[in-house]
Design a protein around this ligand. Structure first.
Ligand code: C2O
Ligand code: CU
Ligand code: CU
Length: 485
């Protein structure tokens, strides 16, 4: 434990001066995503190579920045595949430390999912192989998942988008925009500084820059009604997205389309790791310019990251005669998950090292250390411990309880499947989920209880955790074991 990179970083954290808020260029056209080329000639097969390695990029005018990238692309290249495809990706780890690729949101066998116990050593290669099930069309992403080092590998640049397409798509007539939102903290000498004590102790690492496809406040030129896929690939930042009051249509969540479009939405919260599909229309008033905003949102009561003003993420421009495209009233059918055969409870909370030592759940008090450890049911993550036993192919209900003593949101994520939110209890009020949706992340506010249902379709060990990556690294993660029984 004392040699963990968490503590190594910690020793010299927080000493660097940050680059000025206007140090990066703004207003350039939204960069398109690089695509991962399919080298397979066979129908139904996707083959490719992904290399993780350090690369120098020129973000600041005077100083280069070393980032860690997949195939030299910031963000990583877009993987575009179809339901039914077999995916074979050779991963080459050219970092100086172990890594993995985790396929966030996909139903892959556990051995193919880049778990922290399945490390790919520095300099080594590994092939990931899985088949995309029918009904899995949606918006996913991939990122490293090494034990206690996920936060650093992601904030240094390792994260990429993935789209699974359906054979028939009711929105295929809409042109698409892809917006991968990441957070960047940059020092004035061009370095990406390590996490500070506050990043570890509170609601995670925030950068001074929020980028879309690697660019600060880009300009998005649209021809009319479009389908937007948005990824929150930030380490810790919740994004309360709006178009400055211009209504949009919500059509999809992490695991693909809703049953019916939700019209007239004015803002939507994307917790870290969450994705969304929107249909964006030209404003009814005929205006040509709108802005994509992150409205003020506090994931830690009123204590930290208090932002009085909305942050402009991008400017959007419509032509004088925007193309109007229609959205069908029915997108697809979603079967509700009913009659759970088992119930599980997950409690998120934070404990100080002293409290943990007192509770005797770990043996040593290490120094120097962050003052706080993030725990599930009072115990920090242990790679070998099974926290929850799950039955293969059965509907099971999970109750996620956020008992934060620090008024913090904790976005819950589980590997290997998509779930349905059933209801939420907050401030003594129970709210049934208004519509069916497939998700793999749900934000759980301090004091909130969220009930979800899921089916796990592969035997073996998987993880569930808070997707504030600093919390995950500090132990707010557990293992679930799926068995036939
Ligand atoms: Cu995107 Cu275990 O995470
Ligand atoms: Cu995941
Ligand atoms: Cu958390």
């Amino acid at each position: 434990m004392p040699n963990s990179p968490l503590y190594r970083n910690h020793a010299y954290a927080g000493s660097q001066k940050l680059a000025a808020d206007d140090a990066l260029p703004t207003g350039q056209p939204l960069p398109g995503l690089q695509r991962l080329a399919n080298t397979s000639g066979k129908a139904g097969q996707f083959r490719a190579q992904i290399t993780a390695e350090p690369k120098q990029v020129q973000l600041l005018a005077e100083h280069p920045t070393t980032v860690w990238l997949y195939n030299g692309s910031m963000p990583g290249p877009l993987i575009e595949v179809s339901e039914g495809d077999t995916v074979e990706i050779d991963f080459h780890n050219q970092l100086d430390r172990p890594s993995t690729i985790h396929w966030h949101g996909l139903a892959t066998p556990p051995a193919q999912d880049g778990n922290p116990m399945d490390i790919v050593k520095a300099g080594a290669s590994h092939q990931y192989r899985y088949t995309l099930p029918k009904g899995s069309a949606g918006t996913y992403w991939y990122h490293p998942h090494p034990h206690e080092e996920t936060s650093e590998q992601v904030y240094r640049g390792l994260a990429g988008p993935m789209i699974v397409r359906a054979k028939s798509d009711p929105l295929a007539h809409l042109p698409e925009q892809h917006l991968v939102i990441t957070d960047l903290r940059l020092a004035d000498d061009g370095n990406i500084p390590p996490n500070t004590r506050a990043d570890w102790n509170f609601n995670g690492r925030y950068g001074q820059f929020v980028l879309i496809n690697g660019a600060l406040r880009p300009h998005i030129q649209v021809d009319g009604t479009q389908r937007w896929r948005i990824w929150n690939a930030c380490n810790a930042r919740h994004l309360m997205l709006s178009l400055g009051g211009v209504p949009f249509t919500l059509v999809g969540t992490d695991g693909g389309l809703l049953e019916a479009p939700q019209l007239g939405v004015k803002q939507i919260l994307l917790a870290p790791a969450e994705r969304v599909e929107l249909v964006v229309h030209a404003p009814a008033t005929g205006g040509r310019h709108i802005t994509l905003l992150a409205e003020p949102y506090n994931s830690m009561g009123d204590i930290r990251n208090r932002t009085a003003n909305a942050r402009v993420l991008a400017s959007v421009e419509f032509p004088a005669q925007p193309v109007q495209r229609s959205v069908p009233e029915k997108l697809r059918a979603i079967e509700p998950l009913e009659d759970p055969s088992a119930f599980h409870t997950v409690v998120f909370s934070e404990l100080t090292d002293l409290e943990i030592a007192r509770a005797n759940t770990i043996k040593s008090i290490y120094t120097p250390s962050p003052a706080r450890t993030y725990v599930i049911a009072g115990r920090p993550y242990d790679m070998k411990r099974i926290d929850i036993e799950v039955k293969l192919d059965a509907v099971e209900e999970w109750e996620i309880i956020n008992q934060s003593s620090m008024n913090m949101d904790h976005p819950f994520h589980v590997h290997g499947t998509q779930f349905q939110v059933i209801e939420r209890v907050f401030n003594g009020r129970l709210t049934k989920e208004p519509f069916l949706a497939w998700r793999d992340v749900v934000n759980v506010r301090s004091g909130e209880v969220v009930r979800i249902r899921m089916v796990q379709g592969f035997e073996g060990m998987r993880m569930f955790h808070c997707h504030i990556l600093e919390h995950e690294d500090l132990g707010m993660m557990g293992n679930l074991m799926v068995r036939k029984r």
